[in-house]
Write a protein that binds this ligand. Sequence first.
Ligand SMILES: Cc1cc2nc3c(=O)[nH]c(=O)nc-3n(C[C@H](O)[C@H](O)[C@H](O)COP(=O)(O)OP(=O)(O)OC[C@H]3O[C@@H](n4cnc5c(N)ncnc54)[C@H](O)[C@@H]3O)c2cc1C
Length: 509
Amino acid sequence: MPVCVHLWLQLFQRKLRIQLVREGRLADRFAESKTAMPIKKTPAKGSPPIYDLAVLGGGSAGYAAARTAAAAGLKTVVIEGGKEIGGCCILHGCMPSKALLYTAEVLHLARSAKTWGLKIPKAGFDFKAVMARKKAVVVDFAKDRTQSLTAGKFDFLRAHASFVDPHTVALNHVIGTAPKTVKSRYFVISTGSTVSPAAAPGLAEAGFLTSSDVLSLPKLPRSVIVLGGGPVAVELAQFLVRFDVEVTLLQRSDQLLREFDVDAAAEVEKVLRREGIRIYKGATLIEAFRKGRRKGLAFRQGGRTRRVAAEEILFALGRVAATEGLDLQKAGVETEHGRIVTNAEMQTSAPHIYAAGDCTGPHQIVHIAVEQGEIAAHNIAQPSAKRSIDYRLLSSIVFTDPQAALVGLTEKVARERNIPFRAASHTFDDHGKALIMEAKDGFVKLLADPVSGEILGGACVGPLGGELIHEIITAMHGRMTARELALMPHYHPTLAEIWTYPAATLAGI
Ligand SMILES: Cc1cc2nc3c(=O)[nH]c(=O)nc-3n(C[C@H](O)[C@H](O)[C@H](O)COP(=O)(O)OP(=O)(O)OC[C@H]3O[C@@H](n4cnc5c(N)ncnc54)[C@H](O)[C@@H]3O)c2cc1C
């Protein structure tokens, strides 16, 4: 057979395998075969123990998997390779970023005191104290996570794991004591994500900060170029500008926060611009450069080449699955663009290996990572009563001020998928509680089925939008109609009662 035909066949077979795993067909076929548990449970005398389940990575997904498996009676080990214990959310993600954003919001409110007739002569800050308070929050959470991981419900080893064969991992870079290898009947891979590789020529040489760097800055730079327009980029851009840093944001596409509808993203953009952030959308990076002590970027926008420079560049163009170095091919685990491919039961192409969290995605959200970890462990422990992940109630929250939040269907996705819907919105600028709070930016929007009236999605850009969206998550969880929501009692004056207006419009009452 000619080489090119052979290569094409291999590629086709690989794509087919990935498709079958996604649809749950390949894994199920293997799961029924005897290859799923080929090793004996009782090890030979003197050899290391054989676990029921080895969890690789002790972040949010890994801890959830281990806790669930141990509670179901499985002999479980967690292998955590990080220098610090806690995982991304606690150490470099949700907790430190939201601690700093909240501080930035308090500062902003204090500086806006005149709005309410208050006199706060000069609201300033002590950046060292700000960072110390953030660190205290992180340390507290990391301590809790460490206690949970080492409480004795399962074994906990500190080492970097890589597959040697489908049932064995080698342990490298050990902290403390650990065997050279660990054998297990099942695995959950939950190794998280890392910052995407630098996206422009010269960027690595010019130097840049990652989100983790910004979250532990010893001192604020005077100016920063933020590369990216996703949640992490816009959150950190607002944190920096509210702490008096000059911020320029470059975004490849024509819309910030692309998963949101245009109206929601535009509302956040309006506020960021009002606060002084220079925003360039539709920017194609050409190269990064250094000019004296400043760092710069050249980019094309609207047919023009532009150059911007600042003291620092924040690279926030997303994260990729942390699967490098796991030697997944030795275990027969398929990946796509580095991401581990799983079916809805979180099972990979190797039937005894599951994956959860950022290393499989497709959503890098912590409660999804936890749910995936729980589902993976449950399905290993209860193969006759398997559970599947369901993204009907998928939500997203961006912790800017105003916060942007959504759940379920957006207008954009409904149109792309030809899903019939009716939508109604209501703005905060004539809503009682929002007027009391002088929080007039933003709106809420509901999408409902045109026939049954069932709520299919909701979005909120506004004060406490991340909290408010949970009313719609609850409503959708209970499959409520717009009419039921409109008729549900809401206390006055609250932010939450704003939902009754679009609900009433959709219900025609
Ligand atoms: C700046 C920022 C802000 C964020 N804010 C939010 C937010 O507000 N809300 C939200 O829902 N999500 C947020 N996220 C995303 C969220 O933090 C992640 O989705 C979540 O933490 C992923 O959990 P995980 O268990 O998959 O990975 P992690 O928590 O990263 O855990 C993976 C673990 O695996 C370990 N590991 C890696 N390789 C190996 C190996 N070979 N062997 C052994 N151990 C290994 C790592 O050390 C790590 O501890 C944010 C992320 C960032 C970066």
